[in-house]
Design a protein around this ligand. Structure first.
Ligand code: BTN
Length: 242
């Protein structure tokens, strides 16, 4: 496969047909890589998901993209997952205006409450961050319930990759140069289906809470009103259908 549109956006993009994991590949090489080194693949043989889960990307069915970012200040590291979620939501909506893509805080994109994309970030020993996104382009046999772009639009790998890279370059520059994160948080608030929903969250402590998601703080944490107010920085969150 060729990716001319994506290369026009980012000439230094590395594209491979198959790799174990785009995230793992950049995590192995991080020490030698400059800011915004990007690797995209049409297939992963050992894709990584959250909480030690695997992420399946069979050939031709999904887009896997990872980018190594070197934050110019520490505070923005924790916003990188949300930056990718917001960016991909924006890019897909601009490319396919009929598609109702929503963000599930903090790391999924949903269509009709079904998962279209997942995001995973890892911090390297030198504080650089590898953030990866997997977007379902078409149905994978193993994941009947997941959403894919081909159910709704005629999507091609190169156009989606180019759109995400274009917006990510702009938004990454803005996150580094603007001292206020309000533009990012407001975009998340406007496009996040978690807000207003009844959610169950598994906290890192092992405790589970149920409550209504109220807001996102300026540093990207989720406020959930349960027996008391919880401010979540990392948790597995489930939307509860009513
Ligand atoms: C999740 O929903 O659990 C997160 C999935 C993240 C998958 C992407 S695909 C590109 C990058 N490389 C990986 O191995 N994982 C991420």
């Amino acid at each position: 496969m060729e990716v001319p549109k994506a290369r026009a956006v980012l000439p230094q993009l590395r594209f491979v047909e198959s790799v174990d994991s785009t995230n793992l590949s950049l995590q192995r090489d991080y020490a030698h890589l400059p800011d915004f080194s990007a690797l995209a693949a049409a297939q992963q043989t050992a894709g990584q998901g959250r909480a030690g889960r695997s992420w399946v990307s069979e050939p031709g069915t999904s887009l896997s993209l990872s980018v190594l970012l070197r934050p110019n200040r520490l505070e923005i590291s924790s916003l990188i997952t949300l930056l990718m979620a917001s960016t991909a939501q924006q890019a897909l909506t601009e490319l396919y205006p009929s598609l109702a893509v929503k963000i599930k805080w903090p790391n999924d994109l949903l269509v009709d409450e079904r998962k279209l994309a997942g995001i995973l970030a890892a911090v390297n020993p030198d504080q650089s961050v590898v953030v990866g996104i997997g977007i379902n382009l078409s149905k994978q046999a193993a994941f009947e319930s997941a959403a894919s772009l081909s159910e709704f639009v005629t999507a091609d790998f190169d156009s989606v990759l180019a759109a995400v890279l274009t917006r990510l370059q702009e938004n990454w520059q803005r996150l580094q140069s603007d001292l206020s994160t309000e533009w990012l948080i407001q975009h998340l608030r406007d496009n996040c289906s978690t807000l207003g929903s009844e959610v169950r969250a598994d906290l890192v402590t092992g405790e589970s809470i149920v409550g209504r998601a109220k807001d996102i703080t300026s540093d990207g944490r989720l406020i959930v009103e349960a027996d008391q107010e919880h401010v979540l920085s990392a948790a597995d969150v489930w939307h509860i259908r009513r």
